[in-house]
Write a protein that binds this ligand. Structure first.
Ligand code: NAD
Length: 473
């Protein structure tokens, strides 16, 4: 029943088994069971129980994949998902309730409402950096909205993928929620099928493959991508607080966080004071030798380790730079005197390296940011409320935190997603429910009156029609 769809290449058997799985899911969806809100709530509670019963196994799997501290794994992988489930359980009835809207005179007597219906069978493809959270949080939204789902975790976090397979497989029938393990070939086999929505979290390169495959079936996509998220620090910022919060947001999970500050853009007059404080904050968190710290993570694999150490190269450093390939350890590193055209500024870093750039004029700094791809996150530290408003209004980013990092991710009442090159669509809380629902307009008319002016042959003077449309809509 819970066989693993796995194999190095998409062969005919795999094509068949993937197609059969999707067909079985469609058949289950057509029973209409998931339209019932009580059914959906039971599924969410089942998911919550399966997670809480397997907390230790999840923590151990993520620890093996990313060498992360246990408490951090609980909060960022398990805790946030449980909060997402509880939030959905609390609000599902009101989210799903048909919303009455007013009906214009033209359609009177009549009533109008928006009715929310599940999309059907959805595909969730997730990355390796928060391997449990980013596979299961979208599933919460999909189930709350009454969908059937296939989850494809990242093969790079293989221990977590196996744990997800076991936990979901133990809690759900495969025709309702299935986990498909594997890499490119298995994902491609899934993408060949018709889904009603695809939520993909990962990089822009693969996102283009996903979107092209989805286009063949006209499947809508939500793309949760990354990018180079700037962190601006103005001269009037509270430097002690800024330094601590930047160090935390950057070096959590060794910088392998899609919304981590990618680079620091600091007013030149406070650069030294700020970087000294960041170095102190790193020391306080991870000690003199972060390699010995139980609270500092490792790089996911050798390939990423090589890419990141290559970025450090011979660059002038403020701190860090040490690495150990055997352990896939890279110290929290600040690169000094970075220019906009340096290699480290080309692509998302996705590791514990923070390039430090300076500016003298906030408008010029903003113009620089605007000339680049729209980032997933943007951070601004300042005590000036006018500047807060100016930055939030002018700069485009998936989300913004002022005087903090990562905070925009935490509030479930806010949509989480990118814009432009950092993605399209969003989820979390009600936004997730909306993403996986169709908001269906329903108008109910009375049988009387039924004036003949709308029917051919058209005899009503155009001037009257114009007046009527403008005054009755
Ligand atoms: P990735 O794009 O390499 O892989 C994501 C998923 O796609 C994996 O499940 C993988 O198996 C699959 N995949 C890889 N190559 C494929 C191919 N050729 N065809 C079909 N499927 C393929 O991303 P990653 O390395 O796992 O994650 C890192 C990226 O994800 C970063 O850019 C990061 O910013 C982004 N990210 C975004 C968010 C967000 O919420 N916006 C969260 C985490 C990570």
């Amino acid at each position: 029943m819970n066989e693993i769809v796995k194999g190095p290449e998409v062969d005919a058997t795999q094509e068949d088994s993937t197609a059969a799985l999707v067909e079985a899911q469609r058949a289950f969806f057509r029973t209409g069971a998931t339209r019932d809100l009580e059914f959906r709530k039971r599924q969410l509670r089942k998911l919550r129980d399966a997670i809480t019963e397997n907390e230790d196994a999840i923590i151990e799997a993520v620890r093996q994949d990313l060498g992360r501290p246990r408490s951090e794994i609980w909060t960022s992988e398990i805790g946030v998902v449980l909060v997402e489930i509880d939030h959905a359980l609390r609000h599902l009835s009101s989210w799903a309730k048909p919303k009455r809207v007013s009906t214009p005179l033209l359609l009177q007597p009549g009533s109008s409402r928006i009715q929310y219906e599940p999309l059907g069978c959805v595909l969730i493809i997730s990355p390796w950096n928060y391997p449990f959270n980013l596979a299961i949080a979208p599933l919460v939204a999909a189930l709350a909205a009454g969908n059937i789902a296939i989850v494809k975790p990242s093969e790079l976090a293989s221990n977590t993928a196996a744990a997800i397979m076991r936990i979901i497989g133990g809690a759900f029938a495969r025709e309702q929620v299935a986990v498909v393990e594997g890499g490119v070939a298995e994902t491609q086999a899934l993408l060949d099928q018709r889904f009603d929505h695809i939520l993909f979290t990962g990089g822009g390169k693969v996102a283009r493959i996903v979107m092209a495959a989805a286009a063949k079936h006209l499947t809508p996509v939500t793309l949760e991508l990354g990018g180079k998220s700037p962190c601006i620090v103005e001269k009037d910022a509270n430097l002690d607080v800024a330094a601590r919060r930047i160090a935390w947001g950057k070096f959590l999970n060794a910088g392998q966080t899609c919304i981590a500050p990618d680079y620091l853009l600091v007013h030149s007059s406070v650069k030294q004071a700020l970087t000294e404080r960041i170095v102190r904050a790193v020391g306080k968190s991870f000690g003199k030798d972060p390699r010995q710290s139980k609270d500092y993570s490792r790089i996911i694999n050798a390939q990423h380790f090589k890419r990141l150490t290559g970025l450090i190269g011979n660059a002038p450093l403020i701190t860090g730079g040490e690495s150990d390939e055997a352990e896939r350890y890279i110290a929290p590193t600040l690169i000094d005197d970075v220019g906009w055209d340096d290699a480290v500024m080309a692509d998302e870093i996705f590791g514990p390296i923070l390039p430090v750039l300076t500016y003298d004029d906030l408008d010029e700094a903003m113009a620089r940011i605007e000339s680049r791809d729209k980032p997933l996150a943007l951070y601004f530290f300042s005590n000036d409320k006018t500047a807060h408003a100016k930055v939030a209004e002018r700069l485009s980013a998936g989300g913004i935190s002022i005087n903090d990092t990562l905070a925009q991710f935490v509030n479930l009442r806010l949509p989480f997603g990118g814009v432009g090159e950092s993605g399209m669509g969003a989820y979390h809380g009600k936004t997730g429910f909306d993403t996986f629902s169709h908001a269906k307009p329903v108008v109910t008319r009375s049988n009387w009156p039924d004036p003949s002016v709308k029917y051919p042959p058209y005899r009503t003077p155009l001037a009257f029609l114009k007046w009527m449309l403008r005054h009755t809509m």
